[in-house]
Design a protein around this ligand. Structure first.
Ligand SMILES: [Zn+2]
Length: 306
């Protein structure tokens, strides 16, 4: 090798790391994994262009009864942060996450929130499959505001350069949730007071009822999870309650089997109405974002009960 060639090689090796196109490569967006599509949407609102968000559960999947695929382990291991609801919602995922060895930041968005507890009504058939807390916090937008704040904290911890953007995004999203909350309140007020009663496939509208002044008249599966079955006696008691309180609609989530809810509706003459409950739809569906999901459900509930 000639001297000039050696000198060229030496020069290239010395200056290679200083070439601007290498030095100024923008950092890759954070890889955020959410357990379900509702959480994934809120994470996208807060993270904006600096995150890439995936959901473990596909759209229209029941968050209580997820069957993980082997590939889900590698998604849990390779993400920067895993965002979960907590409060017992992800029972089917808990072991998988614990055994994954993932070093991702784990955030339980609903932990520490003012959660509803299993009521006295359910003490008789409390079983170990059910959490003690009601995990369905997303039916109160005020609690989703707290999620957004927790997500901004988590993202800022991972990418301090864009912390200001995450907090600004969370604040802007909060304003949309405040607007949603006021809209829901006004919508519910159009239902005659005696008809503000909900019956659904499982006990999932507690936060919604607490916030907006509705009452739960019962649930087909009497508990916070879809992972159990009602007894014949419980179904009969629900049908009695529906008749006694003149409830006109039974609401069933898009992610669960409607068979039992349909039977209750048929037996009592109530209408069977489908809502989006545990999941968003895909982008081309009617509820691709949390805001669209809530507006769709509230409009459907109000229309059915008025
Ligand atoms: Zn549920």
């Amino acid at each position: 090798m000639k001297i000039s060639a050696l000198r060229f090689l030496f020069t290239a090796l010395v200056f290679l790391p200083l070439i601007p196109s290498f030095a100024e490569e923008p950092p890759a967006p954070l890889e955020i994994l959410a357990t379900n599509t509702i959480i994934a949407d809120v994470a996208r609102q807060v993270g904006g262009e600096y995150v890439r968000v995936e959901s473990l559960l596909a759209p229209d999947t029941d968050p209580h009864s997820f069957q993980p695929a082997p590939s889900d382990v590698s998604r849990i291991v390779s993400c920067d942060a895993l965002l979960m609801n907590g409060l017992g919602l992800e029972q089917s995922l808990a072991t998988l996450i614990a055994n994954s060895g993932s070093r991702a930041v784990m955030v339980e968005l609903s932990a520490g929130l003012p959660a509803r507890r299993l009521g006295r009504d359910y003490d008789g058939h409390h079983d170990h499959d059910h959490g003690d807390f009601d995990p369905h916090v997303w039916f109160d937008p005020n609690l989703v505001m707290l999620w957004a704040g927790k997500i901004a904290d988590a993202l800022a911890g991972l990418d301090s350069l864009h912390a200001g953007v995450f907090y600004d995004n969370a604040e802007r999203y909060r304003a949309q949730l405040v607007e949603l909350d006021a809209w829901i309140r006004a919508q519910v007020e159009t239902i005659p007071p005696g008809r503000r009663k909900l019956v659904s496939d499982h006990d999932q509208f507690g936060y919604f009822c607490d916030r907006y002044g509705l009452e739960s008249a019962g649930a087909v599966i009497p508990g916070f999870s879809t992972l159990s079955e009602p007894s014949a006696r419980e179904l009969a008691a629900l049908e009695d309650a529906i008749r006694a309180q003149k409830v006109t609609a039974v609401f069933v989530g898009n992610t669960v089997s409607p068979v039992l809810a349909k039977r209750v509706a048929d037996d009592t003459g109530a209408r069977l109405i489908t809502l989006y409950t545990g999941s968003l739809t895909s982008a081309d569906g009617a509820a691709p974002t949390y805001l669209a999901f809530m507006r769709h459900d509230v409009a459907t509930i109000v229309d059915a009960l008025k």
